[in-house]
Design a protein around this ligand. Structure first.
Ligand SMILES: [Zn+2]
Length: 472
């Protein structure tokens, strides 16, 4: 009898608590996703770090961020990600890529830029680049970037409309520029064709949640003054960003001084090209007042330390640009000159390269290196109001990072751990625009096996296309 009574009272308690829970749930605000537990590295203006934190996400944006128990008291969601014991950081930003070029990874190494471009890359592109090449390469690059925690990338290549389709399908954010160059390329044979392509491309993707369409004149030495002016006019009319390469090598600088009587930056300023929509990759050789011009025109600059080192292009004056307040981010450049799309390595390299180059180990701190890959990188792409930090109102682009790998133990300082010890393989889960695209290292939007298979098929085609006929 006593047992029965006990069972009855337990049943009553269960019913009551379930009802109470239900009532409490009803009072909670419904959101799409909750990330609960873990240490949140916000990268907000005060660089707040929240232990045992929580993030509520709705319609792709962060609606609340704070202590886990407060978030749990206020919000409910069917999808919950447990980040206990992990780090939660903003997604990383790769500010400069040519994503399909992953298919040329390792094709030609250990050469200077001109030799590498004219003898290998341009011929390989002329023989192989078509829409299928671009799609296969883009999917491979996207998978590599998601695994490494890159949530936004800025690209310039051909068939950029196909790149935008693949990128949006994979759920990745991209500032994607269709390349214009003054010689016939795979998708457009003339400047008029290129401009018509860009017109359609930009109107198709403008306003998209993930894709920011852009126009991408290759460089001031491969695109004429008239065509550059037309690019600027197009950007003024449509509001789209302009992605380009500026001042990559000493030779580009010397040629520009000889032909135009000015450095590439001064020349572009003289023709009225530079403004707050320009995103300039490299900037290895700014001269005289160039840095001041970049700052006053609000140009975003993307530094590619590993690509610049590999091609021996020089060392960009990054500390000087940071001191001057230039909006600066990090990029990998195409995988053919890197040879991966790994922003963790760029963070590690940017800190170390400038220490050894200036002889000052304090010149770029671990925290500053992490800023370059997140909030500063967002500013370089002119997207700092939308991404780059974890704050209410911003897009929900975030990483959950393992802190239990051998290379991370023991732990003392979060930024040092992130920049000098954490590897791309330590990224466990990735959320972009509120959507989980990788969970516990499983890609949810891309099929890794078919990506590898397709890329290997291209490897054979590319190798065959470049093979010289056998000599007798
Ligand atoms: Zn590039």
């Amino acid at each position: 009898m006593q047992n029965r009574l006990l069972a009855f009272s337990i049943l009553i308690t269960m019913v009551t608590s379930t009802t109470l829970q239900g009532a409490a749930q009803n009072r909670l605000e419904r959101v799409d996703l909750l990330v609960l537990g873990g240490t949140i590295v916000t990268m907000d203006a005060t660089r707040r770090i929240i232990d045992d934190g929580g993030i509520a996400i709705k319609a792709g944006r962060i609606v609340a961020i704070g202590a886990r128990n407060e978030i749990e008291r206020t919000y409910a969601a069917r999808n919950r990600v447990n980040a206990a014991g992990k780090l939660v950081t903003p997604g990383l930003i790769n500010g400069h890529t040519h994503i399909p070029m992953v298919l040329f990874r390792g094709l030609a190494d250990d050469l200077d830029l001109q030799e590498w471009l004219t003898n290998y890359i341009f011929p390989a592109e002329a023989k192989n680049v078509n829409e299928e090449f671009v799609r296969v390469g883009t999917r491979l690059g996207l998978a590599e970037m998601i695994r490494g925690g890159t949530t936004t990338y800025c690209d310039m290549y051909y068939f950029e409309d196909a790149i935008a389709e693949e990128t949006s399908k994979a759920g990745v954010r991209g500032v994607l520029g269709e390349t214009l160059i003054d010689f016939p390329v795979a998708d457009n044979k003339t400047n008029a064709e290129g401009m018509a392509y860009v017109e359609k491309f930009v109107s198709r993707w403008k306003g998209n949640d993930l894709i920011v369409p852009a126009i991408a004149p290759h460089a001031p030495y491969t695109v004429s003054e008239d065509h550059l002016k037309a690019v600027r006019a197009f950007s003024d009319r449509t509001g789209c960003p302009i992605v380009t390469h500026i001042s990559e090598t000493k030779r580009e600088l010397d040629d520009s001084v000889k032909a135009k009587g000015a450095s590439p930056v001064a020349y572009l300023d003289r023709i009225g090209f530079l403004n707050e929509r320009v995103i300039a990759a490299h900037m290895v050789w700014p001269q005289g007042s160039d840095i001041n011009i970049l700052k006053t025109r609000h140009v975003g600059v993307v530094h590619n330390p590993q690509s610049n080192m590999k091609l021996a292009s020089g060392v960009a004056p990054v500390p000087k640009m940071m001191d001057a307040g230039v909006a600066l981010g990090l990029g990998t450049d195409g995988a053919a000159s890197n040879n991966d799309l790994n922003i963790w390595e760029e963070m590690d390299t940017v800190a170390k390269l400038h220490k050894v180059f200036t002889g000052d180990p304090k010149v770029i701190s671990a925290q500053q290196a992490f800023e370059l890959a997140t909030i500063r990188g967002a500013a370089a792409l002119h997207l700092e109001k939308e991404i780059g930090s974890l704050e209410t109102g911003k897009r929900a682009d975030l990483l959950i990072i393992e802190r239990d790998s051998l290379n991370q133990i023991p732990l003392y300082n979060i930024y040092s751990d992130l920049v000098y010890a954490t590897k791309a393989a330590d990224v466990e889960s990735v959320v972009i625009n509120g959507r989980v695209v990788m969970q516990n290292r499983r890609l949810l939007t891309l099929d890794e096996a078919s990506i590898k298979r397709d890329a290997r098929v291209f490897r054979e085609k590319i190798a065959k296309s470049l093979a010289k006929p056998a000599t007798q």
